[in-house]
Design a protein around this ligand. Structure first.
Ligand SMILES: Nc1nc2c(ncn2[C@@H]2O[C@H](COP(=O)(O)OP(=O)(O)OP(=O)(O)O)[C@@H](O)[C@H]2O)c(=O)[nH]1
Ligand SMILES: [Mg+2]
Length: 282
C-alpha cells in the first residue's frame, strides 16, 4: 500500500553514513579557534535567508548553545515581535567566555513568503549582501529600502558586506516549496554568485522530517529520505549536494549534547571555511 511504501522510504537507512561526522572535537576546535587571516575585516558575516519559519533564528541559537555549552534563546526572544517574524536586520555575536566574541557573526532576516505583501523583499536581501542595510533597519514587506532611507549605508565597509550566504529550509518541506519562494531564493543565490559570495544550505527540522532520525539523531547522515531531500534541494537551488548540510536545531532540550552538536558544527565549519576563502580574496 501507499502507506507502507511511504513509511519504508521514511525509515530506510544506509549501513554507513554518506557523510561521516567526526567523533572527536575537531570541528569544535576549528570553530573556536577561527580568526580571519585578512586583517581588514574584524569578523565573518554570515547571512541566513529562507522561507518563513524555516529555523533561521533557531540555527543561530543552536550555534550559540553549542559554543556556550548551555541552551540559550537569544535570537528568538530578541527578535520576536507579533509573530515569530524577524522584522529587523539584526546581527548576533557569540560570546567567547571572558575574551569578547567569536570572529563570525550571524545576520538574521525576515523569511520569504509566497505572498508578496508579506515576507522580505528580494531587493532588500540584495542590498544586505552588499552591506547597504544598517543594523536595526526594520524591513517593510513589499517595499524595498531606497537610497533615501536613513538606514541606507552608501559606502559599506568590508565588515558590513556579507561573506557567506546560508539558505535555510526545513528538510520535510523541500518538495513543498512554492514556486515563488524558490524563485526568490534562486535570485538571491545568483546575485551572491555574481559577487563571488560562497553559499551553503542547511536542511533543518530533520527530527520532524524523518522518524528514524527522531528516534536517534546519529542516523542523520544515514537516512535515505534525508539524502533524497539533499539531492532534490541541490537540483532546485542549483547548489552542489556537498554544500548542503542536515541539522536538528535545539528546541526543547535542557542541555546540549554531542550527537546534536556534531551536525551543527559540521555545517558551521564549512560555512566558516568558505567564508574565510572569500575574505582572503577581498
Ligand atoms: N523539531 C524542530 N523544530 C525546529 C527546528 N528548527 C526550528 N524549529 C521550530 O520551528 C519554528 C520556527 O523556527 P524559527 O527559528 O523561528 O524560524 P525562522 O526561520 O527564524 O522564522 P522567521 O524569522 O519567522 O522567518 C520554531 O517553533 C522552532 O522551535 C528543528 O530542527 N527541529
Ligand atoms: Mg527568525
Amino acid at each position: 500500500s501507499v502507506y507502507v511504501l511511504t513509511h519504508y522510504l521514511l525509515v530506510a537507512v544506509f549501513s554507513q553514513p554518506w557523510r561521516p561526522l567526526p567523533k572527536n572535537n575537531e570541528d569544535l576546535n576549528f570553530v573556536k579557534s577561527y580568526e580571519p587571516q585578512n586583517k581588514n575585516i574584524t569578523q565573518l558575516r554570515i547571512l541566513l535567508h529562507g522561507p518563513f519559519g524555516a529555523g533561521k533564528s533557531s540555527f543561530i541559537n543552536s550555534v550559540d548553545s553549542v559554543l556556550q555549552g548551555r541552551i540559550t534563546g537569544r535570537a528568538l526572544t530578541d527578535a520576536t515581535s507579533i509573530k515569530s517574524f524577524t522584522k529587523k536586520y539584526i546581527s548576533y555575536k557569540i560570546e567567547r567566555g571572558n575574551e569578547g566574541y567569536y570572529s563570525f557573526i550571524f545576520t538574521d532576516i525576515m523569511g520569504f513568503e509566497q505572498n508578496a505583501s508579506r515576507g522580505i523583499h528580494i531587493e532588500d536581501v540584495k542590498l544586505a549582501l552588499r552591506g547597504h542595510v544598517a543594523e536595526g533597519y526594520k524591513f517593510v514587506p513589499n517595499s524595498p529600502m531606497t537610497q533615501d532611507s536613513g538606514s541606507y549605508q552608501a559606502s559599506p565597509s568590508l565588515d558590513d558586506r556579507v561573506h557567506v550566504l546560508v539558505s535555510v529550509i526545513p528538510a520535510g518541506r523541500v518538495n513543498l516549496l512554492s514556486d515563488s519562494v524558490v524563485k526568490k531564493m534562486r535570485e538571491v543565490r545568483l546575485e551572491a554568485c555574481e559577487m563571488g559570495i560562497p553559499q551553503v544550505a542547511i536542511l533543518t527540522k530533520v527530527d520532524e522530517a524523518c522518524p528514524t532520525v527522531n528516534n536517534n539523531i546519529e542516523n542523520i547522515y544515514k537516512s535515505k529520505y534525508l539524502k533524497q531531500q539533499v539531492d532534490r534541494l541541490s537540483v532546485i537551488l542549483g547548489l552542489p549536494s556537498n554544500c548542503i548540510y542536515l541539522v536538528k536545531n535545539y528546541g526543547t532540550e535542557n542541555s546540549p549534547n554531542d550527537d546534536i552538536n556534531a551536525p551543527i558544527l559540521s555545517a558551521l565549519r564549512q560555512i566558516i571555511s568558505y567564508g574565510e576563502d572569500f575574505v582572503n580574496d577581498l
